[in-house]
Design a protein around this ligand. Sequence first.
Ligand code: 5AD
Ligand code: SF4
Length: 450
Amino acid sequence: MTETASRRTLHITTWGCQMNVYDSGRMADVLRPLGYQQVATQDADMVILNTCHIRERASEKLFSELGRLRALKESRGGAMMIAVAGCVAQAEGAEIIARAPHVDLVVGSQAYYRLPELIAEIEAKRRAVIDTDFPAAQKFDLLPEDQASQGPIAFLAIQEGCDKFCTFCVVPYTRGAEASRPAAAILAEARRLVAGGAREIALLGQNVNAWHGKAPDGSTWNLARLLAELADIDGLARLRYTTSHPRDMDAALIASHRDNPKLMPFLHLPVQSGSDAVLARMNRRHDADLFRRIVGELRAARPDIALSSDFIVGFPGETDADFAATMQLVRETGFALAYSFKYSRRPGTPAADAADQIDEAVKDARLQELQAVLRDQQHGFNRAQVGRSFEVLFTGTGRHPGQSAGRSPYLQPVVVNDADIVPGTLHTVKIVQSNPNSLMASLIQEQIAA
Ligand code: 5AD
Ligand code: SF4
């Protein structure tokens, strides 16, 4: 790879999901060969704001940050490049430059592999550039192979986009149609990540369990098969995948939770609502009973599996009875972790135009009621770990001096009072105390062999 003589500086601010975090890392990988090194915002020649459009306040947040950057850019006589990337860039395109003319570049979530050309174009023509195209080929396979190490826990995008068209969701519009990367490219990237220090890989996709990729022999693999192949990589200890849709939890994937020893006993499976009427209007293509059945099958396959989910309250037309059905589903399922949101009208999505929008006050009350139960369940799940022993993958230091921290198989942060644990090593620990969001443990085994 050619190094330019000049050192250029870059800062990327990331909002939103794990896919955005991955994309930001890949943007840095694309720019590194041009000499860009990452620094704090105030020292950067180029600032990229990688945005999220999934819920409200994304564009407010963007324009307030752009206001701050404008002052910084002016204080430098204009010598600073400002780029807006991600889903707001994809959704709003030229609107962003109309509202904030100091923005130099708007680059959609599919186009950032072209950043070097786009920067050259801005420098040559001295005018703003907008690129929100969807390339014919998949962007992931147009990105450079060289990646900065992500450390012991790495993310790997295997799928992008979504064809489900839930009526509340912008993803099918901002990320495009569902597309799966070929298996060979994924396996090669996974091997590179492991060579770079990854012990755990989380496969990413907006609808990751819909992945069906071309296999090296020309056939098509499902996610269960891909996970089995990934499990053969020496030095890789753990696998996860996120985010899944209930309709794509096939029997083979459920069986992987029993048969694949590297697949961690944790699954994020958004259900959104416990009411069939609401699920139908959300166009979720599943009812509450399908979710119950899948949970039953997962627990039969892997009795200790911990479940996580997403919920939306106050979807248009949601009645007290609909909300009660959600509360019922939560109580009977039991979640180790969950994310819950008030419905937010997203321009361009079908539900945004529904007549029966719910009052903010009702949404607030329902959200509080739901979150109180979900919080209790999370704390209860953490408390239930006290006295248990399991393997922890250590990733670095804890918050206080003398501590090391890592992740449990169930994704909880685990902290031990021992400063000498090498990041990337696995150790058996015994849980001695639970906190709402983390566990304290003592080491009971020095190190588990790779
Ligand atoms: N309003 C509220 N929550 C939403 N989500 C997606 N779109 C919306 C919206 N318009 C939530 C869903 C999804 C998670 C990533 O964000 O719960 O699973
Ligand atoms: Fe959005 Fe997920 Fe529904 Fe796809 S499946 S439209 S990403 S909520």
